[in-house]
Design a protein around this ligand. Structure first.
Ligand code: AMP
Length: 431
């Protein structure tokens, strides 16, 4: 955001009472300018702008169908589909067209749309991705993916937009409309584990508290009694590390420092750039870790890049032993609802056993939080599988269809994944 709005003038020239913004975390389509959101479409009768969080799993097949019918797409992103579906809908009003369009989409999504002086927000039928409403003291409203954005802007939390709902703002009022009866709750567990900011709440649960509880559960499940100190990987694992330290009675220390000027390493496009970003991002605090047996808590291992690098950093800084504790279960299965890990080939746990991962990252010991431990730690309680959490990456249970991704998913299943699923764990990808 600061790279675009980098001068006072870039903000002050934005006038008017309505605004829409988006920070792109691309999970579909290339990282090119044409895919930058919000998308703005100008028609003879209206102008529609919109932005999207998540991933539409039937985007490819819908797009192919529409192209066969003559549609011309401008971007390579799944998001653009929405405008085609809206404009092709035979329904008489914009609201009915929007409902019509949303009913054709599968996957994880929240949308915000601006049409004239109307603003709309919409959430998928599982509420994989969060969307919250805030109100300003002077009566204006805002929509955001996370509650921390409301705090930053001085808005008061009003409510979440729930699974299968559309919220419509017009002239200081809003209505809530549901566009489907077939809803359930499957909030993406990775929002709590990694994505969201610790000062946000999701479904009424504070993210820091959920992470801290994960750390406490982890300490109970995988103690390290011989260790001297507990450290976390800044920033996303600090909450879990503090929980681990509190529950284990070991001192919580700052063993790693983050360079605040380097962006997220995970979303760099190539492995070489990811390695470089991790190297520039973190430094070990020699004075803290030297000669110590260290428990290093991280929130997750996906490809293994971060953990391997950090273990090496700590050992180079003189740590005697490094015991890695991961505050989420083994990340064995890809996710298709918008967290940017949609192939098994990139998942270390799909290819290596826990012991092989330990060896690969060079740790003296390695343990993960259990599935039940994570569900318990987060503490939401909906009447749905995993208490309303989407745990697909840890269990192979996909609560919604995975549509266009299914063929590749089945093709790529590794012997380790097959064995895990055969052990009687639920799997629902055949939908
Ligand atoms: P890796 O280096 O690939 O094992 O990635 C794991 C690290 O990236 C963890 O330390 C997490 O904090 C972070 N992370 C986990 N999942 C994601 C994701 N979907 N997008 C970006 N970062 C992630």
């Amino acid at each position: 955001m600061t790279e675009v709005f980098n001068t006072p003038e870039s903000m002050t020239k934005l006038t008017g009472d309505y605004a829409l913004g988006h920070v792109r975390y691309a999970t579909d389509g290339n990282n090119i300018l044409r895919n930058v959101q919000p998308f703005v479409f100008r028609f003879h009768d209206q102008k529609i702008s919109f932005a999207h969080n998540g991933q539409i799993v039937n985007a490819k097949s819908l797009r192919n169908q529409l192209e066969d019918q003559g549609a011309v797409f401008n971007s390579t992103s799944d998001t653009e589909l929405l405008i085609h579906l809206i404009r092709r809908s035979p329904q008489p009003t914009f609201m009915e067209q929007l409902k019509d369009a949303l009913r054709q989409l599968e996957g994880g999504f929240t949308f915000v749309l601006m049409v004239g002086n109307h603003i709309y927000g919409a959430v998928d039928p599982y509420s994989f991705r969060p969307l919250v409403v805030g109100q300003f003291p002077d009566g204006g409203y805002m929509l955001a993916s996370e509650t921390c954005a409301l705090d930053v802007c001085g808005a008061e939390f009003v409510r979440e937009v729930k699974a299968g709902e559309i919220i419509h703002f017009h002239e200081e009022e809003y209505d809530l409309i549901s566009y489907t009866e077939n809803t359930t709750t499957a909030i993406e567990a990775m929002e709590y584990v990694y994505f969201a900011r610790p000062d946000s709440n999701i479904a009424g649960i504070n993210v820091h508290t959920a992470r801290k509880n994960s750390g406490k559960h982890l300490a109970e499940e995988a103690s390290a009694p011989e260790a001297d100190i507990v450290i976390g990987v800044p920033n996303s694992s600090l909450s879990a590390a503090s929980g681990y330290a509190e529950a284990s009675g070991l001192p919580y220390e700052m063993g790693l420092v983050k360079n605040q000027y380097v962006g997220r390493s995970f979303i760099q496009p190539t492995q070489a750039l990811r390695d470089k970003a991790v190297r520039m991002k973190l430094s070990a605090v020699r004075g803290v870790v030297q000669g110590k047996s260290v428990v290093m808590v991280d929130d997750s291992i996906v490809r293994g890049t971060t953990c391997k690098r950090i273990v090496r950093l700590l050992k180079n800084a003189g740590a005697k032993e490094v015991h890695v504790r991961i505050a989420s279960p083994l990340f064995m299965f890809p996710s298709f609802y918008g967290i940017d890990v949609s192939t098994s080939s990139e998942l270390i746990a799909a290819h290596k056993t826990e012991d092989e991962i330990r060896e690969y990252i060079g740790a003296d010991s390695l343990s993960y939080l259990s599935v039940d431990g994570l569900v318990d730690a987060i503490g939401i309680d909906y009447d749905a599988p995993y208490n309303g959490l989407c745990m697909e990456s840890f269990t192979g249970y996909y609560p919604a269809p995975i549509a266009d991704f299914k063929e590749r998913y089945l093709e790529q299943l590794t012997p380790l994944q097959e064995a895990f699923l055969d052990k009687g764990k639920q799997v629902n990808h055949a939908k």
